[in-house]
Design a protein around this ligand. Structure first.
Ligand code: AMP
Length: 273
C-alpha cells in the first residue's frame, strides 16, 4: 500500500492505474463504518484509494476541529489489512490556497437540518469533495448513509457538475448495542453512551412501525419521541430524498432523520425507509 502526501504523488499514482478505481474519503479515526465503505470499494473496483483528511473548511470556528480524534497509525494499518492500494494523507496546504473559490450548497437541500444548525458546513464539504474527486478521478466513490444529507447533496454535486464518478451510498454500521458508529462516539462518557442509545431505539421503533404498515409521519414521529429520552433533540422528522418534509411515508423515498445532543456531543442517526 502506498502512502501519498503530496498532490504530485497522488496524480502520478493515479496515472499509473489501469482498471477501475474506487475512492473512500474520510476524516480518519477509522472504525467499522469506514471499513464497510472500504470493503465495498475493494469488492467493486480493481483499485481502492482512501483519503484521510480532517477538512478545516467544514468546521465552524466554535466546533471540534482541534480535538477531532486522530489515529493515523491504526488507520493506515486498517487500510493495509483491507487491501487498499493507496492512502492520501495531505497537509491542508496541499489542498488549499489563501484565496479560495467556494461553493454554495443548494438553497433547498443545503440549509435545512445540518445546514440550518451548521450553515457553513456543506460549503466546506462540497469544496473538499470536489477537490478530492478531481484528484482521484474514481469510477465509484463511497459515502455512508449515516451522513444522509451529505450523501444526498454530494449526489447533486456529481449530477449538476457532470462529474463522471458514481456516488454510492452505503448502509449505516452499528455497534452491537445499536449505536451508529461515529468517530465522535469516543467523546461520550459511559452514562452518555447509555443515553445515546435512545437515538438507535427511536430508529428501530420507526422501522418496525413502518414495516407493520404505519405511514403517517406524525404518528411515527410520536413513536420516535417516546424513545428519545435523556437527550436534547435538535430535529427528528421525515423527509424525502430532496429533503422536503413528508406527511406520509413513500417507500424508497423517505428518510427519518434525527440529531440530538448528548452532553456536549452531537449525534446523528437515520433510517432510509
Ligand atoms: P467521516 O470520517 O466521519 O467524514 O466519514 C467518512 C465516511 O464514512 C462518510 O461517508 C460517512 O458517512 C461514513 N460513515 C461514518 N460512520 C459510518 C457508519 N456508522 N456507517 C456507515 N458509514 C459511515
Amino acid at each position: 500500500m502506498q502512502t501519498l502526501t503530496t498532490i504530485k504523488q497522488l496524480q502520478e499514482f493515479r496515472k499509473s492505474l489501469v482498471g477501475s478505481v474506487g475512492f473512500v474519503p474520510t476524516m480518519g479515526a477509522l472504525h467499522n463504518g469506514h471499513k464497510s465503505l472500504i470493503d465495498s470499494s475493494i469488492k467493486q473496483n480493481d483499485f481502492t484509494m482512501v483519503s484521510i483528511f480532517v477538512n478545516p473548511t467544514q468546521f465552524a470556528p466554535n466546533e471540534d476541529l482541534d480535538k477531532y480524534p486522530r489515529s493515523v497509525t491504526q488507520d493506515l494499518q486498517m487500510c493495509e489489512d483491507c487491501g487498499v492500494s493507496a492512502v492520501f494523507l495531505p497537509e491542508s496546504t496541499q489542498l488549499y490556497s489563501d484565496d479560495e473559490i467556494t461553493l454554495n450548497p443548494p438553497k433547498l437541500m443545503g440549509y435545512v437540518l445540518e445546514g440550518f444548525i451548521r450553515p457553513s458546513h456543506f460549503s466546506g464539504v462540497l469544496q473538499v469533495v470536489l477537490k478530492l474527486l478531481n484528484l482521484t478521478m474514481p469510477h465509484n466513490a463511497y459515502f455512508g448513509r449515516k451522513d444522509a444529507q451529505q450523501v444526498l447533496i454530494i449526489k447533486q454535486l456529481a449530477r449538476q457538475f457532470f462529474l463522471s464518478t458514481n456516488i454510492i451510498d452505503c448502509p449505516i454500521v452499528r455497534d452491537s448495542d445499536g449505536l451508529a458508529l461515529s468517530s465522535r462516539n469516543i467523546y461520550l462518557s459511559s452514562t452518555e453512551r447509555q443515553n445515546a442509545l435512545s437515538l438507535s431505539k427511536s430508529i428501530k421503533a420507526v422501522e418496525l412501525s413502518v414495516k407493520n404498515g404505519l405511514d403517517d409521519t406524525k404518528k411515527l414521529r410520536d413513536i420516535a419521541l417516546q424513545e428519545l429520552k435523556n437527550v436534547q433533540i435538535e430535529y427528528a422528522n421525515f423527509f424525502n430524498h430532496k429533503l422536503e418534509p413528508q406527511t406520509r411515508i413513500q417507500n424508497g423515498n423517505s428518510i427519518f432523520l434525527v440529531a440530538a445532543k448528548v452532553g456536549n456531543t452531537r449525534l446523528l442517526d437515520n433510517a432510509w425507509l
